[in-house]
Ligand binder design. Structure first.
Ligand SMILES: [Zn+2]
Length: 286
């Protein structure tokens, strides 16, 4: 038995279809920022969530979790073992995010409340989670975008993939790799894409933004683009890399809004920085 999936638009700063929270029955998969939780609660219309499943703990996916745990005393949280301690004590996570976002933290993400340790279920990958009428899921460890990233493969054929399947604007054919620091690891990411392909899901439910009904073509395009952009980051400075990425997106048919999202102010530095950090810090570097 599995429940119908619904994308709830969290409407961060009013932006439509930028970040979604997936709802499956009484489950929320990546509830989004704390600042946008009222929008999610309004969409739930009184439904009491039973569990939060986190693909990873980045603030755009997970910041609302502690607030939900406080509001709903029965709610349980599922997260990879390498992300769990940051949900229980977010101080280090918030310190590193504050270095990036500064005094925009509260406006962007709201208050990241800790999750009580006894409500956190840690995952390593390989688990089977059965939530009755809300669905049953196999947990797949999918690092590369984040070292603690997992995907939830529903028995109904839907795969909840967070950011490991990339980003793709609604209606667009262009799949993009989000590559912000600090964990970007292209070889691990490619292995995760291969693992997802091997599972042959019928649909990809991703966070930015929507559902892909062509999982194989979507994942293969992401794999090829990640390969090209990673190699470009190894060989070029940020301007050279951005020129290559821009030309690639234009030839793929990307709209101006997609170019702005990926390579505009902030996005350009973050997406180059994460790839560059991989090349500069890998053990064989230098
Ligand atoms: Zn994200």
């Amino acid at each position: 038995m599995s429940a119908t999936a619904r994308a709830i638009d969290v409407l961060q700063l009013g932006a439509q279809r930028a970040i979604c929270c997936w709802q499956a029955g009484e489950l929320l998969i990546d509830p989004g920022p704390a600042s946008t939780l009222p929008n999610v609660l309004a969409a739930l219309d009184g439904m009491v969530p039973r569990a939060v499943l986190l693909t990873h703990i980045h603030l755009d996916h997970a910041a609302a979790t502690g607030t939900l745990a406080r509001m709903y005393p029965e709610l349980e949280v599922y997260v990879h073992e390498r992300g769990a301690r940051h949900m229980i004590d977010p101080s280090r996570l918030l310190a590193s995010a504050t270095r990036i976002y500064g005094d925009r933290m509260e406006m962007l993400w709201g208050t990241f409340e800790p999750v009580p340790a006894d409500r956190v279920h840690t995952l390593a990958g390989g688990e089977r989670l059965d939530f009755g009428d809300s669905g049953a899921f196999e947990v797949l460890y999918t690092p590369g975008h984040a070292v603690h990233h997992v995907s939830f493969l529903s028995e109904d054929g839907g795969a909840y993939v967070g950011d490991v399947a990339g980003t793709r604007a609604p209606g667009s054919a262009v799949v993009l790799p989000p590559t912000p620091p600090p964990d970007i690891h292209p070889p691990d990411w490619q292995a995760s894409i291969s693992a997802l392909l091997a599972c042959a899901p019928e649909r990809l439910h991703y966070t930015h933004y929507g559902v892909a009904n062509d999982p194989e073509a979507h994942l293969r395009q992401l794999s090829e683009r990640l390969e090209r952009w990673s190699a470009a980051a190894a060989a070029h400075d940020i301007d050279g890399w951005a020129a290559i990425a821009r030309a690639d997106m234009i030839s793929a048919g990307a709209a101006p809004g997609e170019l702005e999202y990926q390579l505009g102010e902030g996005g350009r530095e973050a997406n180059y920085g994460g790839l560059r950090r991989y090349w500069d810090t890998r053990p064989s570097a230098g």
